[in-house]
Design a protein around this ligand. Sequence first.
Ligand SMILES: [Zn+2]
Length: 809
Amino acid sequence: MTTAALESFAPWDPRTYQQGSGASQQLQQHSQMPSEVKVREEDTNRSGLFETGFPYANLPPLVSTFTFAQDSGNCNSKFMRSTLYKVPKTDAIMKETQLPFAVVITPFAELNIYEVCQQEIKEPPVLDFGPQEPIRCHRCRAYLCPFMEIGERSFRCGFCDTFNQFETADFTDFKNRPDLRLGVFDLVATNEYCKHGRAPKEPAFLIMIDVSNNSFSIGMLPLLCHNLEKILRNLPREADQIESSIRVGLATFDKAVHFYDISSASPKMLVVCKQQYLLTIPKYTFSADFQEPFVPMVDGLLLPYSEALPGLRAALAEIPKIFSQSRTTETILQPVVQAGLDALKCADRAGKLIVFSTVLPTYDAPGKLKAKNDRSLLGTDKEKRALVPQEDSYTKLGEQCVKSGVTVDLFLFPNGFIDVATIGQLSAVTGGSIFKFQNFSAQKDGIRMLYELQRHVSKKIAFDCIARVRTSTGIRPITFTGSFHMENSTDLEFATIDENKAFLTEIEHDDTLKDSAALIQTAVLYTSMTGQRRLRILNMCLPVTSDYHQVYRLADPEALTAFMLKQAVQLYRDKGSAEMKKSLSSRCAQILATYREKCSEGAPPSQLILPESLKLMPLYVNSILKNDAISGGSEMTVDDKVWQMELIRGMRTEDVMPFIYPRVMPISDLQMNEKEELKELPKLVRASADFLDKTKAYLIDNGVVLFVWVGAACPRTWVQDVFGVGATNQIDTESGLIPEKDNAHSRALRRVIQLLPRGIRQRKKIVVFEKSKLEPRMKTCLVEDGSGAAKSYVDYLVEIHRKIRNLVS
Ligand SMILES: [Zn+2]
């Protein structure tokens, strides 16, 4: 056994620590603990080219390290990232280590500009074998891939060991087929893989906007109408396309739904209810009986952007005028989604409903919801009651949407309760996203909202997807987490999957692994943005071992953190807070105790010994335990809490990491003179108040919120340069805006914000100065610190150490 990979500390004794003397000793102890910032810094020596490996997948660099992967037969870790890069041979080893074997799958992940898969394009190649059906193992149905052993006229399936005869006669150049060399590729699907045996139509996005009184008064409606035309210019297209194939449509709603025929420059409005009215704008009337919404079937409803443009422009100009005097304060939501779904169904297109809603749907119609205030239940043992849907009709409607390949995205602008737990099911089930702008003000939040929308509608996306994960004999996927619908135990139905959406599967042994390799293949049948039915195939091959040390050495701490976070949310939903916390901490201790027992027997028991690969695990687990999504109490709203839980559902590993351990960087020392260029982020510091210097200002970023924290003794010149005021207490912290000033400090700060990796959301910026009333919110990002019931990193490590000692003795 090697000890090179062991990280050891000075002996820890919980009692001496608790009696610990001064602050300086505490800081010293703190500095000695494994540092996430240091680990990330050290990993940058793996930046640059990363070969994915063959036959076995290489352990990928950390998500923060800039790499460009070269596909050598295993897929890029952006597509599939495993918690283990050496898989235990037997279930007994798995159980003993308690390490989860899970894979985070982002089937349509965006690649960077240096990652060419083939033919110098950023996307995996699309292979078209004409009418020939994809070659698959006749027994386990795995697709031909680099892990099939190719013979003269047959191949041995790497997954189930079965011999298969090739049915095709043409073997020339067979060995050069890309599907025998690449970890990821697309196959054009034959008609057998299409719904009803025929090719699908181009997908569509239907924009559905709330036009009630509230929507106008908060400024959302005029702002959106003014900018939507420009935003929709960015619909996603494939590399060789000039215009997107995606159709667009427009609808508005209050107590009724209004569709727009945008086929001409004088658009017509159709008000949908029991009877049909065909009106020419700006005349407007409605009748509101939603028991039987009719199916809006018009030719001019869903059109390619260029054809829709004159009508779209005219309608968007008229809508704010028509509804500016609206007195309607109550709205509907479920009939809106139902009508949108019916419209897409009638047009026989998969796609998205992008719904903008400002109030709780309280109007007397199906899906009517009650206002309630359960905030006081948060953080108590009754909180589960507050987090579940009021009724299941939204979930059922979501399931209907999935069946027709329709995703629901919600852009919410509430001033009060809007019941994300209930209406959010529409997105949760259909692979959609929820964007929430609480107390929206067009002036403060308008630009952020428009950027968010533009980014959202321009993402690469796959429609009407069915995913299946296959593994080699001896292991199988047992649970799945993400935004999908399942009707059997193997097929995951997603109405859409975009480039930022991940799902996760946990794999278990049902036997001893016979071969030296564990294979995983994810196949996603989908409709492309151009309306072509395709299969995306992702492959991964991991070596198998009986050596505990190898298992720990090649564990991936980040995929493991993503797994732990998603599992924590699931446990929290199912079993409540106390049970979840207990379960997560025990698992963390058990993982480390087994390491202690199997890999470092010689060390004295008082010493805490952590595997090099997992030395940050206690830090990450502690941070998960105190994350707002799980731990937040009555200082947050029920909607906020559910929104955060939903955000985690489809999170990629790349987004999980800053969310769990935010980036903290000093920025007040930075200057950027006129002709200079800043290319890198400043050096990060640990996420703890111990490491913040009050003479500086910092950026603190978790990918959702970006804080600018200004220390009490931060130089006045910096405050003046950046905010144009003489003292920190004069900074306009309300607006969250960072003014554009023509000086070196201001330029540097704005440049650093530009350099931040894309967050999971368009970040809300909050300016906080030391000891101001917003500071406690920022402090939740300082995850190494404790407060109230939330333990500090030091205290948690002491607790885990105690648990490990109990387990080992
Ligand atoms: Zn097979």
